[in-house]
Each structure stands twice: as C-alpha cells, then as structure tokens.
Design a protein around this ligand. Structure first.
Ligand SMILES: Nc1ncnc2c1ncn2[C@@H]1O[C@H](COP(=O)(O)OP(=O)(O)OP(=O)(O)O)[C@@H](O)[C@H]1O
Length: 705
C-alpha cells in the first residue's frame, strides 16, 4: 500500500515540476487539480484553485460551450486550441491548450496542458523587440465582456502599467484633442469605421501618437476592436520641420532650382516663377537649356561632374528672365543623390545691388589708394624737408632795403601770382619762397621744392610730371610727379635757369593751363599749383643765348623779387651774426651770448661773396673753434685778402669759383660727407658738384697743379 501511495506522490511531483501548466477538470467544469506551474501563473494557491471552475479562469467559456467542448473531446479524445486565461489579479494571458479526455473506473475528466504563448520566449522577445523598435503597442478590446489585452510596448507608450487605462474611455485622458479622439473611436466601436489618426498627448513636451483601431466582426456584429498605438513623435516632428523648410524655401528671396543629370527642372521654389516670369506650367516641363541659353550640354556635363566630385561649387553667373532682362547672380550648386538619382540643387542669389556696391567701393578704394599714395609721397617729402633746414619765421632783417623786399613778399604772398625770385646764391631765396607759401592761403597744403640744378637731365621730366610704370627703362613702378604732389599747394623751382630747354614748353603749359601729360601715360593731369621760381642767373642773357624761352620768362616774371646780396645790406650783418651765434651755440652746447665789437667790425668789412650762407657757415665754424660768452675774432675770420678788391672787380661767378676752390684746397678736394666742402658751404653735395661743373672747377686739375 505504502508503495502505491509513494508512486502516486512521485507522479504528482513529476506533474508539478513539468514546465507546462496542467489541470484536471470535471464534467461540471470544477477543477480537480492544477499543477504548481498553473497555480503560479494564475496566482492562486493549490487549495484555492481546486475550489474554482473552468469558467473562472476562462471567462469566455459558458456552461453551454463547456458542455459542447466536453462532448467533442469525449468523442475525439484530444484537441489543440488557443484560449485566454484570467489571473487572480484580473490580468489576461493567451495560452495554447492541448486538451485530452480521460475515463477510468467510470470517472471522466479532461486534462488540459497549457503552453503560455505570450511567454514563449523566442516569439515573445521577437514581438517585444519589433514592437519597441517600431514604438508600436497593440491592444484588443472584447466588446462582449469589456476585457482588454494590451502589449508591453503599449504600456511603455502611455507610461502606465494598468491595462484598464487602455479602455477608450480612459485612454482619452492622455490625449489633448479629446473630442476628435472620442468621435473617431465611437465611430469604430459603433459603426465599424476604422480609425487611423495622429493625436498629440497632453504632456509637456508633448508626443505624437498614431492611433489605429479596426473592428473585428462576427457575422454582422462588431465583436472586438483591435488597435495599435505608435509613438510617431520623431517622424511627425521631422515632417513638420520638412514642411517648415519647404515653406521657408518657397518664401525665400533666393531662387532654388533642382535639376536632374539630364538638365530637367524637377522642382523649384516659388521665387523662381516669380522672378523669372515663367508660368508654372512652362517650368514644370522646362530644362536648364531652355531656361538658360548660355548653358551647353557639354558644359552641363562637366559642371555636374565637378559638383559630384566636390560636393558643391560656387560661381557668379548672369541669368536671363523671360522678358530678356539679364541680372548678375551668385550660384551655389550642390550635388545630392536622391532616391538613387543624381541631383543638382542650385541656390541662386540676385547680386545686382552687391555688384553696384562693389563697383562704387572699387572706385572709392581706387580714389583712396591714389590719395593715400599722394599723402605718403607728400609725407615722405615733408619728412625730408623737416630734417632739412628752413624755418620761415627766422627772417632776420634790420636794413631798410631788405625791409622793402619783405614788404613785397607780404604783398604778393596771399595771392596766387607766380613769383620769380632773383639774386645771388646764399641770399635767402629759398627762405623767401617759404615765407611766400606760409603766408598764402595754400599754407596747409605742401610746399614742394625742386632744385633744377641737381636733377639729371634724363629724369627731369619724370621728377616734375611723374611717369607710368614701363614709361622708360627703369620705370619699374608708377611715380607721382612733384607737380601732382604740390596740387593745391606751391612748387618752388630753384635754379630755374637750369631747366632743359625742351622741357620749358611743358612748364609753360602748366603755368598757362594748369595741366600736363604724364610721362608714358594717356592721362592729362589737371593741377592747381602756385609756382615760385628762383635763379641766380640772368635769364635775360640766357634768352639771348637761346637757352631760356622768352615766353616762359615772361610767364614766370609776373612778380619779380630781387633778393639783395648781403654786401648791399650790411646793416643786417650784426643782427644776422648774433642770430646765427645763438642758434649754433645752443646746438653745440656753448655759452656764447654776444659778438665783440671788433668781430662785428671785421665782419662788416668783409663782402661775403657767399652772402648769408657764408656768414652762417662762418659763425658755425667760430662757435666750434672758440669758447666763452663773447665771440672774439680768431683764425676763423676771413682774411681781408678775401675781401673783394674793388679796383679789380670780379664777376660773381668768378668769386664763387675762387671761393669753392679755396674750400676744396682746405678739404683736400673732399666734396661730400663729413668735413667735405659741401658741408662747409652748407650746400647739398649734388648742388656743389653741379655748380663746380658749371664753373669749370675740376678737382683733378686743381690738385695736380
Ligand atoms: N634774412 C635771413 N635771416 C635769417 N637767415 C637767413 C636769411 N636769409 C637767408 N638766411 C639763411 O641763409 C641760408 C641760405 O639761404 P637760402 O638757401 O634761402 O639762399 P638761396 O638764395 O636760396 O641760395 P641758393 O641760390 O644757393 O639756393 C639759409 O640757411 C637761410 O636760412
């Protein structure tokens, strides 16, 4: 007996540990036994389960349907079918049932072995994965008993774990537009009209849920509603964004063309039709070759190849409207591959205004560039001048005769009249020219000084009038001439007598018409320049010799000022000497305050063939050689032998010649550089060389003898 009981226990244990849910049911539907797996699944204790009936765990079974089922099984012995079981918690799950009929000792029973389909791991996982990737959740509402089943993803979509929330009356609480949802689902449930719509949720930020519901009919009755919820937020927003972009493109000023490889216009923005003036009908069937007659098939082919290689290409182009009007555009052509097709998406911008602006800007820039060059040249010139010498206020005058000269200067300065200053070298002609300029209305514009004696003949013209690059060998860049530099101001042409005769007509033209032709250029340049010329030569004699043009002479000699030599205004010597003494004392850090009477007397006796420049150099030398507060006579004083013997009157040029030779003897023939003759004579070395040449002084001859 014990053995039999033990075997029975082992059998029960075996059934208990089977991986399937197993029950035994009696003819009246009561459950005689349920294994452990079934109890766990349904959530009942074993003792509770045996108090239940099949109707408790499968709510779709009625006493009538059970009877039918019982009879069928009794006849067929076994059957396979799907069923939905209800847990103690109220939740449902789907099972596959293998049912078998047993009879033993007139006791009849049905044995059901169940396999949980929804928990069958492979399919369940597959379904779950597919659902979650697609963000699709399903539900099925049984309209007979109101029961609902919901898939896992559906729970996730609505963030709830309660399947009762999926009843249409409840799910509506998640939806923003409740009215629309209600009306659609009612139509499905009552009238069998399927629903497929997108609803926005109430959350913040909201999501977009596609809701599909379909009726399942049994006969003509709606038996169930199956539905799907899908979170389509991403797609919806993308689509909205795409629509937005399309709107933007359509409203943009830029023209957007989409061409295929064959050049057919496959899409375009509204602006294309509006700007070009073509009808949409025409554009819908147009090709690039019709819209732009400048585009050839070969060009299109190579353009397409280029954008395909580079991704995009930018270029400037001219577009033609339907009415023939042409306008400049900037094109950015982008390569795209859309649905396997090569596409050229061109964004085209009208740049008419930009081009106009560019042109104005270019012109303005050119003007600025030329002004800048001029300013730089002026600046360069002025810098050289500043490091040079003259201060126009330092005109020392005591003598009545010179006072008269200065009166003339004051009189003519404010006018634009051409002035010719004559006088010996070193009398202060350049100083007077500066005074004329500084007292004129042109004083804020430059005073450009040109020493005609120092300019090599071949560069004369280009120095005065400028040249274009390449005008002659060596003209490597454009050069602005002195007349252009002086525009608005004054030009001082020192030693005008040295101007080459063939250039004199050109100067005459500037004086008469205020214009000249640039060397090597095609332009006639107009200038507003006041001319002050100076010379120590007798131009009248030069006219007779044929080396100076008479017409130019008269045009220059409008207002002549004769600058008196120092020997003709000896009263100025004491004051000038004191002026230079103070100037060079300060410069050399000496203490000289005055000149002794004897010194002044000696100076007054001397005739100064080199005029004020000679006096100035003399004092400068004395300051270096002597010391104290009073300047006494010394070795620096010119010997009386150097004074002019009135009985043997020399010409001024002869005096100059002798003086220069004397200085050269002292400097051992050195002309330029430190302790050179030019420095002592306070002359530019080039000027001295020119002068020496003119006076026939040849270093070699002097020093040989
Ligand atoms: N009245 C004056 N008061 C002060 N300094 C003067 C006066 N006149 C001339 N000088 C000075 O004498 C020197 C020579 O003058 P400047 O160069 O003007 O003479 P110039 O007649 O132009 O000479 P050149 O014909 O050789 O060019 C300069 O240093 C100048 O400052």
């Amino acid at each position: 007996m014990t053995d039999v009981k033990e075997i029975s226990l082992v059998k029960e244990w075996l059934v208990d540990v089977l991986p399937y849910e197993v029950f035994w049911a009696n003819e009246d539907g009561s459950l005689a036994y349920g294994n452990q797996k079934l109890c766990e699944r349904l959530g009942y204790k074993s003792s509770e389960l045996t108090k239940l009936t099949i109707f408790d765990i499968n709510t779709t079974v009625t006493p009538e349907s059970w009877k039918k089922h019982w009879d069928g099984l009794k006849k067929n012995k076994s059957e396979n079918f799907k069923a939905i079981h209800k847990k103690k918690s109220g939740k449902f799950y789907e099972v596959e049932v293998f049912a078998q009929f047993f009879s033993n000792n007139r006791k009849e029973m049905i044995c059901g072995i169940m396999n949980d389909i929804s928990s069958s791991s492979f399919y369940k996982n597959l379904i779950n994965n597919v659902e979650s990737i697609a963000k699709v959740g399903g539900w099925k509402l049984n309209l007979q008993d109101g029961s609902i089943i919901v898939t896992e993803e559906a729970f996730k979509i609505f963030g709830t774990e309660n399947k009762e929330d999926f009843h249409p009356s409840k799910i509506i609480q998640f939806i923003k537009d409740e009215e629309r949802f209600r009306s659609s689902i009612v139509k499905t449930i009552r009238n069998g009209i399927p629903m497929d719509e997108i609803f926005e949720t109430k959350e913040n930020p909201s999501r977009y849920i596609r809701s599909i519901a379909k009726p399942v009919l049994k006969g003509d009755k709606i038996f169930e509603v199956v539905g799907v919820y899908q979170d389509v937020t991403e797609q919806y927003l993308k689509e909205t964004k795409l629509n937005f972009f399309k709107d933007v493109i359509d409203n943009a000023q830029d023209l957007v063309y989409i061409y295929n490889r064959e050049g057919k216009l496959i899409d375009y923005s509204n602006s294309v039709a509006d700007t070009l003036g073509y009808s949409r009908k025409k554009l819908d069937s147009a090709t690039i070759f019709e819209l732009d007659t400048g585009v050839t098939e070969d060009w299109w082919e190579s353009h397409f190849a280029e954008i395909k290689e580079k991704g995009s290409v930018q270029m400037e182009w001219i577009l033609t409207k339907k009415d023939g009007t042409r306008f400049p555009v900037d094109i950015v052509a982008n390569y795209m591959n859309y649905q396997g097709q090569d596409i050229n998406c061109a964004v085209v911008r009208d740049i008419t205004k930009r081009k106009e602006r560019d042109l104005k800007l270019y012109q303005a820039l050119e003007e600025i560039k030329s002004l800048k060059n001029r300013l730089e040249d002026e600046n360069e010139y002025l810098k050289e001048e500043i490091s040079g010498k003259i201060n126009a206020n330092n005109i020392v005058c005591e003598s009545e005769v010179y006072e008269k000269v200065l009166e003339q200067v004051n009189l003519v300065a404010p006018t634009d009249t051409t002035v010719l200053i004559t006088g010996e070298s070193g009398t202060g002609k350049e100083l007077l020219a500066s005074a004329l300029h500084n007292n004129s209305l042109r004083k804020d514009r430059p005073l450009i000084k040109v020493n005609c004696a120092t300019l090599p003949k071949e560069l004369f013209e280009s120095e005065l009038f400028g040249h274009k690059k390449g005008a002659f060998t060596g003209a490597v860049a454009d050069k602005v001439g002195k007349f252009t530099l002086a525009d608005g101001g004054t030009i001082f042409l020192d030693e005008i007598g040295e101007m080459p005769i063939d250039l004199q007509p050109k100067l005459l033209r500037v004086l008469q018409e205020g214009e000249f032709d640039e060397v090597g250029g095609s332009k006639t340049i107009k200038v507003d320049v006041r001319v002050i010329a100076a010379t120590n030569r007798r131009l009248e004699d030069m006219i007779k010799e044929g080396t100076f043009r008479e017409d130019l002479y008269y045009r220059l000699n409008v207002f002549p000022i004769y600058n008196i030599p120092l020997r003709g205004r000896k009263e100025d010597i004491p004051l000038l000497a004191k002026f230079f003494l103070e100037k060079y004392s300060a410069k050399a850090g000496k203490a000289f305050k005055r000149l002794s009477k004897k010194t002044i007397d000696s100076l007054m006796r001397y005739d100064f063939p080199g005029n004020i420049r000679e006096l100035e150099n003399l004092i400068e030398r004395a300051v270096i050689l002597e010391s104290g507060t009073t300047l006494h006579t010394g070795s620096w004083m010119p010997s009386t032998s150097k004074t002019i013997d009135t009985s043997n009157l020399l010409t001024f040029e002869e005096v100059q010649k002798q003086h220069i030779i004397k200085i050269l003897e002292r400097t051992n023939g050195k002309v330029s550089g430190k302790n050179g003759a030019a420095g002592i004579l306070d002359m530019n070395a080039k000027t001295l060389f020119a002068k020496m040449k003119k006076l026939g002084i040849e270093k070699e001859t002097i020093f040989k003898t």
